[in-house]
Write a protein that binds this ligand. Structure first.
Ligand code: LMR
Length: 398
């Protein structure tokens, strides 16, 4: 009956994590998946999350179904974080926000909505992008193309080509953008460049879909949302998918949100209803535990401040690792340029290593990078950084 079902080749990121765990090399280092590990290579449980979980556990309460859109406090938490607490667009009731099953769930619900109401729209993602962006939009029946973004040979953004490409798109085509900490390159647009891209989007009446999974890991919570807020100020309709996986270190709880900025409160109400309908037809309503954690942390001033401090702690440790990696590599290979490491933001560095070098890092040293050359800097610490740098030197010097 199932003999014609194709084998699944596996996911390039999640499959590599499985391979890493199966590797018996005692020195192995996992720099593949976008997960923040602390200075001791441990997945942190944030202090603000511990407090929230204690509140949830004492007393233990019943677990009814949540509303299709999730908890109100979760939804408001997303809105305040993305648009700013007193943003006029929120006061005007122009944002339809639902809690989602991680950032991936937000992307999928958004894509399903777009395919239903804008069936002719195509979606354009950056070249390169997070691989799952393509699978999620194609899975919703949307044709996916890509716009030029990164020049691997020169470690720079191909800004002129990007702009030129977007200028040719059709009305209501979707442009998927990473407001901060671009995955996989770590190279973000400057504010000036964002302004230009958004101007073209406005003129061409395109739909910007901003996927923000690393808010707080770039500059700070507000600066990282620059592109989103600028698009709102320009009066654009905007889709925003956000994830709390990384910044709340709640990967397995699958907590995120989808917000759609609309021209009027009436349209926001319609969109909100249709987003609920999409949710109902896929998974009915989101799970409650992670939603309660988000609700508590985002809506308690003290816990919120504590959370921001904890995120900045993670951000600063990653930045310190970038500096250290760059200086070790520069000392050992002075003829090569490693400036790109500190020009990139967030968890990732696009190293530009070729497939043979990546394969050698894995087989000879147990150092795991994604096959597109992306390294998760958040997996480095003072105990493994010299080992990783030396391994890189070995494969680079040949
Ligand atoms: C990544 O890019 O490594 C993360 O977003 C995790 C994932 O699901 O791929």
């Amino acid at each position: 009956m199932f003999k014609d079902v194709d084998y699944y080749a596996g996911d390039p990121i999640l499959g590599l994590v499985d391979k890493f765990f199966a590797d018996s090399n005692p020195n192995k280092v996992n720099l593949s998946i976008g997960i923040y590990y602390d200075k001791d290579s441990k997945l942190p449980v944030l202090e603000c999350v511990k407090t929230a979980e204690q509140r949830i556990a004492d007393p233990i309460t019943p677990r009814p179904y949540l509303p299709m859109a999730g908890l109100l406090g979760h939804r408001l938490g997303c809105q305040n974080l993305l648009f700013g607490k007193d943003a006029p667009v929120l006061q005007q009731g122009r944002v339809a926000t639902i809690a989602t099953i991680g950032g991936s769930g937000a992307l999928r619900v958004g894509a399903e909505f777009i395919h239903r109401w804008f069936p002719k729209s195509k979606c354009y993602v950056s070249d390169p992008t997070w691989g799952n962006h393509i699978a999620i939009f194609e899975g919703s029946g949307i044709e996916v193309g890509s716009y030029p973004y990164y020049d691997k040979a020169n470690s720079r953004i191909k800004f002129d080509e990007m702009l030129e490409f977007i200028e040719k798109l059709n009305k209501h085509d979707v442009v998927l953008l990473h407001p901060c900490c671009h995955n996989p390159t770590g190279m973000d647009l400057t504010r000036e460049q964002w302004d230009k891209v958004l101007e073209v989007i406005k003129q061409r009446e395109l739909i910007p879909f901003m996927d923000i999974a690393y808010q707080g890991f770039g500059e700070d919570m507000d600066s990282d949302a620059y592109a989103i807020r600028k698009a709102v100020d320009m009066g654009l309709p905007v889709f925003v998918s956000n994830s709390f996986s990384k910044n709340l270190s709640l990967y397995g709880e699958r907590v995120g949100g989808l917000s759609v900025v609309c021209p009027s409160a009436d349209e926001a109400e319609r969109v909100f209803g249709q987003l609920n309908f999409v949710v109902r037809s896929i998974y009915s309503s989101p799970p409650s535990h992670g939603g309660h954690v988000v609700d508590i942390v985002m809506n308690d001033d003290k816990l919120y401040q504590q959370w921001v401090g904890e995120v900045y702690g993670m951000r600063d440790r990653i930045k310190a690792m970038r500096l250290k990696l760059k200086s070790v590599l520069e000392a050992k290979l002075p003829e090569q340029n490693f400036d790109y490491i500190t020009r990139q933001n967030g968890m990732f560095s696009f190293t530009g290593l070729n497939p043979e070098q990546i394969e050698r890092l894995q087989s000879d040293f147990g150092v795991y990078l994604i096959s597109n050359s992306r390294m998760c800097i958040a997996g480095l610490n003072v105990d493994n950084i010299d080992y990783v740098a030396n391994a890189m030197v070995e494969v680079l010097k040949e």
